[in-house]
Design a protein around this ligand. Structure first.
Ligand code: UD2
Length: 314
């Protein structure tokens, strides 16, 4: 039987794209999700594949996960299940610690116990904090400024500790601002491009917090899915922390210019006071992942944004 790969958080935004990427490579995938924030519809395409097995379970349910590891002898695991909202991590610190740290630790130990050689973990650029020098390099001392960032960093430390202790291959991928189809625009703290897309499509004005000159390193979910997949499958890749970024800053005002080309009659953007704690500039140095995995994000921002805005509106 062909070896299988485990993907937790499979029904999420990044998870569902990652599953599809792996299936396209002809891999067998077992996708786990408890549907707390994921949506089963995201897996509609994946579920038509005979190489995909859908499991409704909590990645933190040790009994369920142990049974899966025992049954499948996974060749690798991609751990994306998480509490994804930074504001929610302030509201429920205990849940954040469990979902973002304890569950990752459990999975790391299951990988060691069952000989699953490689674990790719979804970390975040949030671990750098706002004072770090730009572009963010993995060697910088992390300065988490939210319970979310702290738990992601702690999970990195645990998994890299297991790598050093037991020979697990642990790759912690620090995603920058991921955007693309299936990102949920529901909360005011959802990714800005999912919110803007949904508002432009409904002909509603978007709100820009601040002067719009803040910049982000926006990376397409398709590039992120490929980074995840290549990190899982690549030969000779070493344990460590790696930025998943483009290295190219884009301001919100530049973002608006692109939307205006697509939605010419849209109402003018409203400018409001900057958000408390908002980061002015965020930018990742992509060179480490390029050197190690020959990975480069290759979807130009304008193209990715057009695909997002036009695909969702049909
Ligand atoms: C946050 C999280 C990041 C991730 C991301 C969602 C931190 C340190 N990082 O980053 O981990 O969860 O959110 O992709 O908390 N904005 C507007 N109008 C809107 C919405 C947002 O102007 O309607 C601005 C916002 O003030 C910020 C920029 O757009 O300057 C990007 O906002 P975001 O919430 O998409 O992402 P970010 O970088 O704050």
């Amino acid at each position: 039987m062909m070896p299988a790969f485990l993907v937790t958080g499979a029904a999420g935004f990044i998870g569902s794209h990652s599953v599809e990427w792996l299936l396209k490579q002809g891999k067998r995938v077992v996708g786990v999700d408890n549907l707390r924030t994921g949506h089963l519809e995201n897996l509609a395409t994946a579920r038509t594949s005979p190489n995909f097995e859908w499991v409704l379970a909590d990645a933190g349910d040790e009994v369920a996960m142990r049974a899966l590891f025992k049954q499948h002898h996974f060749a690798g695991a991609l751990h994306l299940a998480a509490l994804v909202s930074v504001p929610e991590s302030f509201d429920d610190t205990a849940l954040n610690a469990r979902l973002n740290l304890v569950v990752a630790d459990n999975l790391g130990r299951l990988c060691v116990e069952f000989g699953c050689k490689r674990l790719v973990f979804a970390s975040s650029a949030a671990v750098y904090g706002m004072a770090a020098a730009l572009p963010n390099q993995e060697s910088a001392a992390p300065q988490p400024q939210s319970p979310y960032a702290a738990a992601k960093l702690a999970a990195e430390v645990m998994l890299l500790g297991y790598a050093a202790s037991f020979g697990l291959e642990a790759l912690c991928l620090r995603y920058f601002n991921v955007y693309g189809p299936r990102q949920d625009p529901a909360s005011p703290y959802s990714g800005v491009l999912s919110i803007f897309t949904s508002r432009f499509q409904r002909n509603l004005p978007v709100i820009i917090y601040g002067d719009g000159e803040q910049t982000r390193d926006f990376v397409s979910v398709r590039d992120v899915a490929r980074a995840n997949g290549e990190a899982l499958l690549g030969a000779d890749v070493g344990s460590g922390r790696y930025n998943v970024s483009t290295g190219r800053p884009v301001s919100l005002n530049q973002v608006l210019t692109i939307y205006r080309e697509m939605f010419a009659g849209a109402p003018a953007a409203q400018y409001a006071e900057a958000r408390i704690g908002d980061i002015r500039h965020s930018l990742g140095d992509p060179s480490l992942l390029r050197d190690m995995l020959h990975f480069e994000a290759d979807i130009p921002f304008g193209l990715g944004l057009r695909e997002l805005a036009l695909e969702v509106s049909g």
